[in-house]
Design a protein around this ligand. Structure first.
Ligand SMILES: NC(=O)c1ccc[n+]([C@@H]2O[C@H](COP(=O)([O-])OP(=O)(O)OC[C@H]3O[C@@H](n4cnc5c(N)ncnc54)[C@H](OP(=O)(O)O)[C@@H]3O)[C@@H](O)[C@H]2O)c1
Length: 324
């Protein structure tokens, strides 16, 4: 396993982060625990979750992924594991059952700590913006949690560059803990959400970037084909939207490049992320140990400049930012 600094902080995280959205959604609790065990055994120390995972699944009240992680953490060296969770989504009824107000955050953090069976969260993330709450209120509540020792570092997810930039400015102006990490939806077929604006901001300000859905929810494994469509038993939905001419052209290129070095399509999609200067650790999802194993096989792999340029051409995006 490779390790990287989380942005400008001193915290070291594994180059792959394990996502847990699938826990008791598309994978059983037993498989989820096996995936956690294998990740840990392979040197993975960075686990991403959220309080809402996975409320959209039938019979899932939310909080389930945090509970599974909490059970798994028992008997593990807590101080060697970096747990990232999120707040923002609706967790209970009523006007304050969601959001990034001081009221919601202060209640939600206690629930997350209880479910995770821990007394601190390593990285506490705003899941997506709350347009009803001023950012200053959110940042002051988060800053208090850092001072109370309940949270170690702050992160944000699904923030546009201007919104993250404003948050950094507020933290600076009022001497509050700042977001050290951003979690965007980013992969070869969704580059513009990050490149170039957010990428340049993160390079300039030393913000860690931990992209979610780096395999486009499974599409970038090559198992969705024109002929057979969505594979049986797969998540479909979100992943199937990438079944376009461009999507299939990227798959073909990854297949060719991978064949030359004995790597799979999924491994090449992850290697592309490892080759970008602003990426800290992509967050992969895995329903089974076999799926995780394939992602682990990408660690340390880098693409050549020629391969990167070919993918730029196919995706219509150039790497228009500078690592200073
Ligand atoms: N901040 C946010 O708003 C947000 C949103 C989404 C996700 N996330 C985070 O990011 C994590 C990862 O998201 P994601 O699950 O969409 O990531 P992903 O890595 O793009 O997709 C993972 C899915 O791809 C398929 N897959 C993975 N490896 C495979 C392999 N070797 N062979 C065949 N299929 C394979 C599996 O789905 P099937 O078996 O069903 O095909 C798996 O569940 C989540 O768990 C969560 O922690 C955050």
């Amino acid at each position: 396993m490779d390790y990287r600094k989380l942005g400008r902080t001193g915290l070291k995280v594994s180059a792959l982060c394990l996502g847990t959205m699938t826990f008791r959604w598309t994978s059983s609790e037993e498989d989820s625990l096996r995936v956690l065990d294998r990740f840990w055994e392979a040197g993975g120390n960075f686990i991403d979750t959220a309080d809402i995972y996975s409320r959209w699944a039938e019979g899932n009240p939310g909080g389930v992924a945090e509970e599974i992680i909490g059970r798994w953490l028992k008997g593990k060296p807590r101080d060697q594991i970096v747990i990232a969770t999120k707040v923002r989504g609706r967790m209970w009824d009523g006007p304050n059952g969601e959001g990034l107000s001081r009221q919601h955050i202060m209640a939600a953090v206690e629930h997350s700590l209880r479910r995770l069976q821990t007394d601190y969260i390593d990285l506490y993330q705003a899941h997506w913006p709350d347009w009803d709450t001023p950012q200053e209120e959110t940042l002051r509540a988060f800053d208090d949690l850092v001072h109370q020792g309940k949270v170690r570092y702050l992160g944000a997810s699904n923030f546009k560059a201007w919104y993250l930039c404003k948050a950094l400015w507020l933290s600076d102006k009022y001497n509050l803990a700042r977001y050290e990490c951003i979690q965007p939806h980013f992969h070869l077929l969704n580059r513009r959400e990050v490149e170039p604006e957010l990428a340049q901001l993160c390079l300039e300000e030393g913000i860690a970037v931990i992209p979610y859905s780096p395999l486009a929810g499974g599409f970038l494994t090559g198992k969705y084909t024109r002929e057979s469509g969505v594979p049986a038993g797969s998540r479909g939905g979100g992943a199937a939207r990438w079944m376009t001419d461009q999507g299939f052209a990227v798959i073909e290129a990854l297949r060719e490049m991978g064949a030359a070095r004995g790597k799979s399509i999924a491994q090449m999609a992850l290697a592309w992320q490892f080759s970008l200067p602003f990426i800290t650790a992509p967050i992969v999802g895995a329903n089974t140990v076999a799926q995780l194993e394939e992602s682990l096989g990408a660690v340390g792999e880098r693409l050549s400049e020629e391969e990167m340029a070919r993918l730029d051409e196919l995706t219509g995006v150039s790497r228009d930012y500078k690592a200073r």
